[in-house]
Ligand binder design. Structure first.
Ligand SMILES: Cc1cc2nc3c(=O)[nH]c(=O)nc-3n(C[C@H](O)[C@H](O)[C@H](O)COP(=O)(O)O)c2cc1C
Length: 323
């Protein structure tokens, strides 16, 4: 399948793996890229620029196909060493960066100067247009369904994607709620040039996370995610568990008085406990509503080839049959 996204990134299938904290290690990115998609290392999971340099080098040992690095700009009192991370990306010879969390304008000249393509992930048409205006090469349009941070506008992809298609000139991928061939066909029909998946990639053979996490995803339904931190205007979609219920109870009780410190026990330092140790009830961790469509733990190759070949069959068969 050829789209503006496969052309832009030099990949076989129009399928991107979004950056995921404590999931996007070299093993994940390499497996997706080897399978013909675009794998992405999560920059900040490597605590230092040196750590990221090593992770990039490890990934390069596992694949000679293109892969990217995610740079998430977090609201933080003491920000991570972003200049160092950008330098590690440039020196590591990475040619694709997925930015998220905040406007990447400050870093674009440096990235562009080194021939790096930037795909910015955002949750609204206005932010997508801003990304286009500042010179991003593509956007990942992340709907309300998505795992992680859906923003505060609550516009699902059935509306957000065709709205993005009305306004954008640069290519974009549909992010949030994407899992299978039907997702890909629908995304293309709604105007996107491909799909970005997070949650679906966690339940794959190669995802370097504890088996408990994969099992929790397969067991969950589309009714099992919750939105947390809405009162802090830092909404996150997570898989429900007792820690999340505890957190939501605090949100209900404290109302507008809620502060980050009140819920720190349920959100801070959770990822290594969940993803590495397999303690899936250690706290709140991102997960999309798409979890309801995930019923197996395939290899990335089987997953991507299945999505693309079945999508082609849907387009040539069922859809062509209507006209
Ligand atoms: C466990 C997990 C961790 C994530 N961590 C990040 C992150 O660190 N940076 C980021 O930009 N997006 C992060 N995301 C969002 C994904 O990159 C992607 O945009 C999202 O999962 C798409 O929605 P889906 O889960 O419905 O496919 C994370 C998602 C999950 C499920």
């Amino acid at each position: 399948m050829k789209t503006r996204i496969t052309e832009l990134f030099g990949i076989e299938h129009p399928i991107v793996q979004g950056g995921m904290h404590y999931v996007g290690f070299a093993e994940m990115a390499a497996a997706v890229s080897e399978a013909g998609g675009l794998g992405v290392i999560t920059g900040l999971t490597q605590r230092t620029p040196e750590g990221l340099s090593k992770e990039i080098a490890r990934c390069r040992e596992m694949t000679d196909k293109p892969f990217g690095v995610n740079l998430t700009f977090l609201p933080a009192v003491t920000p991570p060493d972003y200049p160092g991370f950008v330098q590690a990306i440039i020196e590591g010879g990475v040619k694709i960066v997925e930015t998220a969390g905040n406007n990447p304008q400050k870093w674009l000249p440096m990235l562009k100067e080194h021939g790096i393509k930037v795909i910015h992930k955002c949750t609204s048409v206005r932010h997508s247009l801003k990304a286009e205006a500042i010179g991003c090469d593509a956007v990942s349009v992340d709907g309300f369904e998505c795992g992680g941070h859906p923003g505060e506008d609550d516009v699902p992809n059935m509306i957000l994607l065709p709205r993005a298609a009305e306004e954008l000139t640069i290519p974009f991928v549909a992010s949030g709620g994407m899992a299978n061939a039907r997702s890909l066909v629908a995304a293309l029909a709604l105007g996107a040039d491909g799909i970005n998946m997070g949650t679906r990639f966690i339940a794959t053979q190669e995802a370097p996370v504890h088996e408990n996490v994969k099992r929790a995803i397969v067991a969950a339904s589309e009714l099992d995610t919750r939105l947390i931190m809405r009162p802090l205007r830092n909404t996150e979609r997570v898989l429900d568990n007792p820690a999340v219920e505890r957190l939501l109870e605090k949100e209900r009780t404290l109302g507008a008085a809620l502060k980050f410190e009140d819920i720190i026990g349920e959100v801070a330092g959770v990822y290594p406990k969940v993803m590495t140790d397999g303690d899936v009830e250690a706290g709140a961790w991102s997960c999309g509503m798409v979890v309801g469509l995930i019923h197996d733990i395939p290899t990335c190759k089987a997953l991507l080839e299945g999505i693309v070949s079945e999508a082609e069959a849907i387009i040539k068969g069922r859809l062509a049959g209507f006209v």
